[in-house]
Design a protein around this ligand. Structure first.
Ligand SMILES: Cc1cc2nc3c(=O)[nH]c(=O)nc-3n(C[C@H](O)[C@H](O)[C@H](O)COP(=O)(O)OP(=O)(O)OC[C@H]3O[C@@H](n4cnc5c(N)ncnc54)[C@H](O)[C@@H]3O)c2cc1C
Length: 264
């Protein structure tokens, strides 16, 4: 579903920057114009400094909204994210948003939302969970990581975790964890799955949901430049009508797609 957002590009102050694990920080930005229009699944495109290194903005999901502020959960993986994770409180960045479409919360279609995330894919889940709670939905979080130190469960409720190495929770993938726990949720409610994480996880999850006829939406990632459909840097192939394929710009028709559309 494509959404029309009221997009603004604003100079925003870093209100707080908290390191929550060895390589992940939560950064609070003062952006009233974005906070008021944001929906779960939306993202922002951030120019981290005024230099040409890095030249392009970097996209981040909106992790949480509180009054005039938004939180961004950032994993340091390269030059832009390392700079952002070290942004001093009181410094400023340019923030363009809210961008992209949002999760479809079609209020009457399900009772229980199962939020499945892997690694930094947990970033959009807090905003999604608080919005679902306002709609009176039951929320379960299934969170996967390579090992215990990669699990990002903070501020999420009703969490069950999996690790590849068995250092915490279920040993295996988060999709296998879903397979194990699904009968508990399915007993007395209708379910919708919402997910974000690495592409192999999303492919396995899409297959799992397709085989069981479970409603599922995925938030995808791609390399991205402008965030507003000009540079064509984020084109992604999805399943089209009649068994064909079609290409979308993830910044405009994504990042959220129905799991049925994910190419295997
Ligand atoms: C819609 C969207 C939402 C995102 N939300 C978040 C979020 O909430 N938190 C978060 O930490 N990250 C998020 N990302 C990923 C984040 O944008 C990238 O990690 C970041 O752009 C990397 O910048 P860098 O300069 O640190 O890395 P670079 O130095 O440019 O690259 C370092 C490594 O990261 C990889 N990389 C670069 N861009 C991306 C990308 N867009 N996605 C995945 N890998 C990438 C490169 O291939 C390379 O291996 C999101 C991406 C998209 C498209």
């Amino acid at each position: 579903m494509q959404e029309t957002n009221l997009i603004t590009d604003i100079r925003s102050t870093v209100i707080q920057n908290r390191c929550i694990s060895r390589d992940v920080s939560i950064i609070t930005l003062h952006c009233p114009e974005i906070a008021i229009n944001a929906k779960p699944g939306n993202f922002v495109n951030v120019k981290i400094n005024s230099s040409t290194q890095p030249l392009l903005r970097r996209p981040f999901s909106i992790h949480h909204v509180e009054g005039p502020n938004i939180d961004i959960m950032v994993k340091s993986v390269g030059c832009g994210t390392a700079l952002f994770c070290n942004a001093p409180e009181g410094s400023s960045v340019m923030v363009l948003g809210p961008l992209g479409n949002c999760f479809n919360l079609e209020k009457n279609r399900f009772d229980t939302a199962v939020l499945v995330s892997g690694g930094i894919g947990t970033a959009p889940m807090r905003f999604l969970e608080t919005t679902l709670a306002k709609y009176g939905k039951k929320v379960v979080n299934l969170i996967g990581g390579r090992s215990a130190e990669d699990l990002l469960t903070g501020n999420l409720s009703n969490c069950r975790v999996s690790t590849d190495d068995g250092s915490e929770g279920f040993r295996g993938t988060v999709v296998e964890l879903l397979g194990n726990t699904l009968p508990d949720f399915e007993k007395d409610s209708s379910i919708k799955v919402f997910a974000c994480g690495p592409t192999p996880m999303l492919k396995a999850l899409a297959r799992f949901c397709r085989e069981r006829n479970l409603a599922c939406e995925l938030s995808l990632e791609s390399v991205m430049g402008c965030g507003i459909g000009i540079c064509y840097g984020c084109s992604v192939e999805i399943n089209g009508p009649d068994g064909g394929k079609r290409t979308i710009l993830l910044c405009r028709e994504g990042p959220v797609i129905d799991a049925e559309l994910l190419v295997e």
